[in-house]
Every structure is written in C-alpha cells, then in structure tokens.
Design a protein around this ligand. Structure first.
Ligand code: SAM
Length: 347
C-alpha cells in the first residue's frame, strides 16, 4: 500500500483557500466544503489534472496549475504533517503530474543540483536574471509555458518585491548617510543591486556580501565593481561564533535565509546581527508568511520546504535582543502579501 494506514482511510473536508492572484481566473473546479476524499481519490484527482496541462493554450494551462495549487493548499490544510508527507511520497512514487517538472524552475528546485534548496541560480528564475535563459531554451514547450505561469505566482512576485524594497532601503542610505556600511546576509547573487548603481556611490564605506556558496559569491565578484564591496564565503554560524570581522553597520539585511532556520537558531542569529549594527543602524529580516498560497505546490512538486512564520513569530525573533536598545520595530508585508519584513532600528 502506498500510504500510511491512517491516511489511506481518511476523508478530509476542503475549505478552499484561493487568496489573491493565486486564484485562477476561471473558478477552480473544486467546491467549498467538498470532501476531498480518501488518499486514493486525491491521487486520481491530481492525475486527471495532468491531461489538462497538454494542449498548448496558455490560459487553460495557467488556470489548471492554479487549480492544482489551490487544491493542494486545501488538502494540505486538512492533513496532519505526517499524512501530507505520505501523500507527497505517494504522488512522487506514482509519477503523478510529473510533467510539471518540464518547467526548468520547478525541476531545478526539485533536483537541487547545488545540493541545497533555494540556491541563487534558482532565484534567478524568479528574477529573470543570470543563466536562467539557457535552461529555459532547453525546456519543452510545456516547460516554457509552465515557467511563464509559475514566475508570475504570488510567491515569486513576493521575492521580487522584497528585493525591490531592500533596494529602496539601500538607495535611501546611500543618499543620506556619509559613509554607509551595509551587510547582506545570505546574499545569493545580490540581485537587489541590479536596481542601484552602487558602483558610482563614492560615499559607500563598505558593502559586504555574505553567503555560504562560493559559486554565488564568485558571480558577485565578477559582476559588481566597487572598491569597497567585499565578499565573504562563510556559513552564518560563524557570525554566531563571533568569527565575523566587520561591525558598525548602518544596514544589515537578510532575504531568503530565515525561511530555512529553525526558531532557536533564528533567534540567536537575530541577536548577533543586531549586535553588529552601529548606533541608529537598521536590521531587516524577511520571511514567508504562514498563509503563503503556493506552499502546497512548492512542497509537493518543487520539494521546497520553508519555515513559514506568523507576524508574532517575527517579533519573537527579537526575544534575545535587549529591548531598551530598540528605537523602532515593525513587521510589514511586501505588496503581494506573502513575505514579511521585520524592521528594527537600534538606538
Ligand atoms: C533563497 S537564496 C536568497 C538569496 C538572496 N538573498 C535573494 O533574496 O535573492 C538563499 C541563500 O542563502 C544562502 N544560505 C543558506 N544557508 C546559509 C547559511 N547557513 N549561511 C550562509 N548562507 C546561507 C544560500 O547559499 C543562498 O544563496
């Protein structure tokens, strides 16, 4: 039997959640409160979607993927974590909807050629930057159509939005500070700098790009030219162990890292990063919200599991920070409403 004993007998009720743009433009063929049924029924239902992906019509394909995503979200919210994992396993074992992997973005996430989830080249599919075109041109027609739909998903918009928001922060600091010092933690390819001409910022005292992945750092070293831009190839645990040489930053930010950290580690890192700020410095930490609409699709077909958080969880990251050292704290959403930014200013 493909599923756990409990799961194979289980019937779940669907409260269809289809937030914002994640809702397809045509109504999904799922009724609110309709029972999802036994696991075998879920599998059959997913299998039936498979045929609707072929045929070449972009709107129909987009609607189908959106319906799959909404359906998975509903199923996920009804199952316990163990049952959800069993379902994922069964889907993969049976090869259900494996044609979704024609999308090179979905495939790269699933296969993790660099050995870990969420690498910077994967993010380049979202930004439309770097080498993604090469992979896209090698994809099937279905794969290219799927990619066109997937990169416009709310979660992808959110990634671009958070990058735009941090680019604004950097721009503001460069425009107003005398000798700004900026640290990007888990910087990936530093795509936010594509929007700012840092190379002409004469006042920039230090911009440090910090990431564990030497390939990503090499890409930055080749692309960004400023005498005060330095890169560090390290794991963030070195910051926790006080092995990081720089401090007194005006801005420290981290996009796309805390989504992978368990809470204990995230709290410790938050404190350490806070301690690296100079007086009046700002810390910005991004994290996907627990209501992210694409998470069912991401987990099942992209094997992309994140630590989703609530607004309160974001405030709780400050648990080990001395609150008398804070002059400002807020949690804001980017415009797509999927990613939160914790913003903290040191007195
Ligand atoms: C999702 S990407 C985000 C990249 C970039 N900040 C962005 O938003 O486009 C996550 C990055 O975190 C880096 N990373 C993951 N775990 C890390 C760790 N423990 N220490 C340092 N970097 C890490 C990865 O190498 C990767 O470049």
């Amino acid at each position: 039997m493909a599923f756990g004993k409990k799961g194979s007998q289980r019937t779940v009720n669907v409260e269809l959640i289809a937030p914002g743009e994640f809702a397809p433009s045509s109504p999904p063929e799922i009724d609110r409160n309709e029972p999802v049924g036994h696991f075998s029924e879920i599998l059959s239902r997913l299998e039936r979607f498979s045929h609707r992906l072929d045929g070449g019509e972009q709107k129909r394909l987009g609607d189908t993927v959106s319906t799959i995503g909404a359906y998975l979200l509903a199923v996920r919210s009804e199952l316990g974590n163990g049952e959800w994992r069993s379902l994922i396993e069964a889907v993969r074992k049976r090869g259900v909807l494996s044609n979704l992997l024609d999308d090179p973005f979905t495939r790269r996430s699933f296969e993790k050629p660099d050995g870990y989830p969420g690498d910077a080249r994967l993010l380049d599919f979202i930004y439309g930057a770097g080498q993604y075109r090469r992979d896209l041109s090698a994809a099937t027609a279905l794969g290219r159509s799927l990619y066109l739909r997937n990169r416009m998903a709310l979660a992808c918009k959110a990634v671009r939005n958070r990058s735009d928001m941090i680019a604004e922060e950097i721009g503001d600091i460069l425009a107003t500070a005398n000798a700004p010092r900026i640290l990007s933690v888990a910087c990936g390819h530093l795509r936010e700098l594509d929007r700012i001409d840092v190379s002409s910022a004469d006042n920039l005292e230090l911009f440090c790009g910090f990431d564990q992945d030497a390939r990503s750092i090499k890409e930055i070293d080749n692309a960004c030219h400023h005498p005060n831009l330095v890169t560090v190839v390290e794991n963030v645990s070195s910051i926790i162990r006080n092995k990081f040489a720089y401090r007194d930053f005006d801005l420290i930010y981290s996009l796309g890292l805390f989504d992978y950290l368990d809470t204990r580690f995230a709290v410790r890192l938050t404190r350490k990063l806070f301690e690296l700020l100079g007086r009046g410095g700002k810390l910005v930490i991004a994290n996907f919200h627990q209501d992210t609409g694409e998470k069912g699709y991401m987990e099942m077909f992209m094997d992309w599991f994140l630590e989703y958080r609530s607004e309160q969880d974001m405030y709780n990251l400050l648990r080990e920070v001395d609150l008398t050292d804070l002059s400002h704290v807020e949690v804001v959403f980017e415009p797509a409403g999927q990613v939160m930014l914790l913003r903290v200013v040191r007195t």
